[in-house]
Design a protein around this ligand. Sequence first.
Ligand code: ATP
Ligand code: MG
Length: 230
Amino acid sequence: ELPRIRGDVNFDSIVFEYEKGRPALRGISLDVQAGQTIALVGHTGSGKSTIMNLLCRFYDPVHGAVRIDGIDIRNVSIESLRSQVGVVLQDTFIFSGTIRENIRFGRLNATDDEIVKAATAVDAHDFIMSLPDGYDTEVQERGNSLSMGQRQLLSFARALLADPRVLILDEATASIDTETELKIQEALKKLLKGRTSFIVAHRLSTIRNADRIVVLDHGQIVEQGSHDEL
Ligand code: ATP
Ligand code: MG
């Protein structure tokens, strides 16, 4: 069981391979203080998603360890880990159901008030209220009733409600208009505040705002620093 954590994250000499003899990560060491925002960048196949997969314990490293607050996450129950490490995926998944249910998925015992509060914080409330049935509007998993930007804001509201200490965010690559883009940047700032965050970043604005940028290449960290330093 993880106690209420601070959110220090340490990747210690991580080696990992999906298939024998084909290492996807070749000695990754990274120390992140609680509250920091790390932008992960690098070519396709460089290992960005793999690092995040290990932090979620979808896989365990072949060598090395991932630690949260100094505790090897292999010694932590999956439930405990899941409650403190939140994930926002690239294809921000929406399931068939109401908007309210989609946001509540972040924390099943959340009240309606808390749901509205989370949606308001990420500036999703107005567009939700403009829908035919507001928070009770039914959306479809693959329906196009919501724009990409709106789906992203919903996923932010869901994550904010879950309130994990460590957040992993695989930024959507879809192009969105400038106005929505600004909205998303503002929402993202709120979502990241006070937690340790790893963003697989595609947007320049996100990279610029990160405390540290980590550049991966062929499963290794080849450069890191702030936007000004790099
Ligand atoms: P992208 O920018 O395309 O998302 P990425 O940096 O996230 O790339 P990874 O998905 O971490 O890259 O992939 C790292 C390496 O591991 C690649 O060589 C990839 O082919 C391999 N790989 C990723 N997932 C699997 C898997 N499930 N099974 C086997 N090999 C995989
Ligand atoms: Mg990836």
